[in-house]
Design a binder for this molecule. Structure first.
Ligand SMILES: *Cc1c(COP(=O)(O)O)cnc(C)c1O
Length: 357
């Protein structure tokens, strides 16, 4: 392909590396924060029936009214706040970023953090400001306040709990950020089922607060469905960017049915929280690891006396795929991240880890 043709691509896009997804064929997959459990047989049968009756010849309901009604009820969204849906919360982050991408505007988040905030800022031409967390992954109150005052960000993303560190930030610092921010503050609550802490009912206190959730980490990652909640005046503006039929018929149908049976997902989340406690304790009992506390469905840990990549490779040879954070320096140096799986998967991981260290 000639450079001649590719000169039409924006230079900042050419500089980017594509989001890398590891090949996990035939492996125990503990790298992507997925829920390890399938749906119960009976619910699978109902799903087949409902999906087979879906009108694939028609465009989906553009407002996804039935689905939004169930989400409102299940997620305790305040009645006078608006809701919009995205094809995963990734799409909502993209729509928010597009909406605020004035020349010179900036998107702020925290490092280490969720990589999509920075990537999407680059896609849409926003300046990205990544404010460093402290060495134990907490918000540095004074530093954050100073950065907000200096950069006047159009939008601030706070993952609550944070990815990849798995902790919840101090509520009072978040309140201060929301009060100080000149623009929007998005609380990204992707891991809500495992943290059970939320700013959802605090939407009524702050006009500039938006709360984002997803069904991905609670067991429906394949559907691609996220939601954004906040003041109707703001959501109305973001909604103008949404492509009309972004939530397809099969996703609307399947999500509706599973959420009507949400006790299934609640029970799975409870099992995962119990397994998290077990895996955490077992890892803490091993020598040579720094294990960070988790309020999410994954655990971040540092290998103390060996290169993390060696441990990663050894665990991979044993058939378990986790995530190597690949940080040369900083607070993620020599760190690995493991997703909590089923009891058997976790046993296999712990065994492989023990052998590796
Ligand atoms: C996984 C993750 C998401 C992505 O959610 P999707 O709905 O699957 O796009 C969003 N935010 C954080 C912090 C995540 O870790």
């Amino acid at each position: 392909m000639s450079d001649e043709l590719l000169r039409w691509i924006r230079p900042e896009i050419k500089k980017l590396a594509a989001y890398h997804v590891a090949n996990a064929e035939g492996m125990i997959k503990l790298d992507a924060m997925e829920n390890p459990y399938a749906l119960p047989e009976a619910l699978q049968q109902s799903l087949v029936k409902r999906l087979s009756q879906a009108s694939l010849n028609r465009y989906p309901d553009p407002s996804a009214a039935a689905l939004i009604a169930v989400l409102r009820q299940q997620m305790g969204i305040p009645v006078d706040k608006a809701v919009m849906l995205g094809n995963g919360s990734d799409e909502l982050i993209q729509m928010l970023a597009m909406a605020v991408a004035n020349p010179g505007a900036c998107l702020m988040s925290f490092e280490p953090g969720f990589v999509m905030y920075r990537m999407i800022a680059e896609f849409v031409g926003l300046n990205y400001i990544g404010v460093p967390l402290t060495v134990d992954f907490t918000l540095d109150r004074a530093g954050v306040c100073q950065q907000i005052q200096q950069h006047q960000p159009a939008i601030i993303f706070i993952a609550y709990p944070n990815n990849p560190s798995a902790n919840l930030f101090d509520e009072s610092v978040i309140e201060e950020i929301i009060r100080l921010a000149p623009g929007f503050v998005v609380l990204d609550e992707a891991y809500y089922p495992f943290a059970q802490a939320s700013f959802m009912n605090r939407l009524i206190e702050f006009d500039n607060l938006l709360v984002m959730r997803t069904v991905s980490k609670m067991g429906l990652a394949g559907l691609r469905l996220g939601l954004l909640c906040g003041a109707p005046a703001i959501i109305n503006e973001i909604n103008k960017i949404r492509l009309p039929y972004n939530i397809n018929v099969l996703t609307q149908t399947a999500a509706l049915l599973v959420l009507e049976n949400s006790q299934v997902l609640d029970q799975q989340a409870e099992k995962i929280r119990k397994q998290r406690a077990r895996v955490y304790m077992a890892m803490q009992a091993m020598d040579g690891l720094d294990v960070f506390p988790s309020q999410a469905n994954f655990i971040l840990f540092r290998v103390c006396n060996k290169p993390a990549v060696k441990i990663f490779d050894s665990i991979k040879k044993a058939g378990v795929l986790i995530k190597h954070m690949q940080a040369e320096s900083g607070s993620l140096k020599n760190c690995l991240r493991v997703t909590i799986g089923s009891e058997d998967e976790n046993t296999a991981f712990l065994q492989a880890l023990k052998t590796a260290i």
